[in-house]
Design a protein around this ligand. Sequence first.
Ligand code: C2E
Ligand code: CA
Ligand code: CA
Length: 517
Amino acid sequence: MPSSLENLVDSVRSRIDGEIVRNRIFPALIPVVILSSWFVFGEFGVLISATLLPLPFIFSPTGKRATSRRRPSETDGPTGLLLQPAFESRLTLSIKDLTETGRSTACFSVKIDGFARLREIHGDRTTESILRHISTRIRSVLRADDLVGRSGDATFIVALDPIQLFDLETGIQMATRIQNALEEPIPLQMASIYITCSIGFAMSSRLEVPKATSLIQASEMAMSEARRAGSSNIRCYTPDMGRRVVSRRKTEDEAAQSLQREQIQAWYQPQVSTDTGEVTGFEVLARWKHPERGILGPGEFLDVLQQTSQMGRLADFMLRNSLNALRAWDEAGMHVPVVGVNFSGDELRSPTLLEKIQWELDRTDITPDRLAIEILESVIAGPPEDMIVRNVEAISKLGCSIDLDDFGTGHASISSIRRLPIGRLKIDRSFVTNVDRDPDQQRMIAAIVTMAERLGLETLAEGVESQGEHAMLSQLGCNHVQGFGIARPMPFEQTREWMQEHHSKLFPAIEIGQKSL
Ligand code: C2E
Ligand code: CA
Ligand code: CA
């Protein structure tokens, strides 16, 4: 349906409503009727009409229902759709005799992908207009008796009026129809907007007790599974999904508590020079010491820390730990020039970042040149963000070095690399794997190294797993390497022993534990 027609249908639908006639037009006519009866019957007419006219209106059951149906808390402002509690009570009514009638239904949870970003880019007014388009489109593929509601900022719920035979095929077809309708371009004033949505659905026939709440929850679980698989996906609820979601929620709750419970640890992975083989630094990487599952990588907790706004706290912890480590290595007479700390985009936007770094450096009496800040290439790709540019420039001015992490994956432009005071490119593992055997990989690394040299930048190859890769990277002119082939990340307590061993391999004649380390 063209958009102007959609808008028209939408507004006409909301206006031609019996309740408007009952609740607004009829009361408005009462004074006219009373005046007319005065003309015809005199004072007696006024008395009778004024007494009798409001009675049917007050005592009419329809009037009562209409009043309660119009309670503002039942419907969503921008779309006019039912809010979840009202949707749930209508669904309860609609499915109350499923077992007796042998009918079945399905509930669909529809979530707009990347909605927060959409709001960020287009602002509240345009987003509301997008939401109205979405709700009209959902209704356009449903029948009049099907229920539609809005259950969250970007989530819509649909429940079909029960039918005799609702099987998986019907569910998939219905979900695809909703998805196709929503993913048509949405015309706005200046341009079209393209959205995608993830849909999960649950069939009443698959639930032990097909209650409204459990149908909605099951469709939400299926929708979460669809979202986990990427954007624009459809999933049907299965009981094992429920178990998976419960265990995931438990892990997420635990992950959110991990920092507070002092279960996060700082581990260290060495970086070595391809020239001399000596340690040129360590990267500090976060690990979660789970009480039952053991040591877990950042993939298990980083997202949750981000969602619960704890990235700043993590950065504080990692920074403090790395500077303490440098202090401890210095005191043990071990030579570690630099420690690299990962900073997320959130942290790089913090107005207090510089003071925090300065304060920690002062506390440990470590010179700024021994701290490298690792920034993901994806963070600086795209239009420059004032706060990030300001912080990175200030940190560099302070004397810290800036490493561009995962280089080659984030589409940073050459100009953004020039704009920021970046000192080293950390070439992503995807270019390093098999570099000793794959000529394409060799060409890529050679090109990156040449570009870096011309721009006056150092290079470090990440994810070096074999001797062959190490040797080839050295031959191609890469300055530093880091990876399992040199050492896996390790707790601080193991770094001393590892360095002694590494040093004794490099310089077999020098005795282990000497000051020259
Ligand atoms: P990253 O910064 O690119 O860190 C390097 C990752 O590659 C680490 O994964 C490391 O264990 C892994 N790695 C190193 N050598 C090899 C190798 O030879 N082969 C393979 N397959 N992998 C190798 P990890 O520790 O799982 O960290 C993943 C990502 O999590 C990091 O990627 C970093 O972006 C993020 N991260 C870790 N700690 C922190 C932190 O404290 N703060 C922030 N903001 N991000 C962190
Ligand atoms: Ca890194
Ligand atoms: Ca990296």
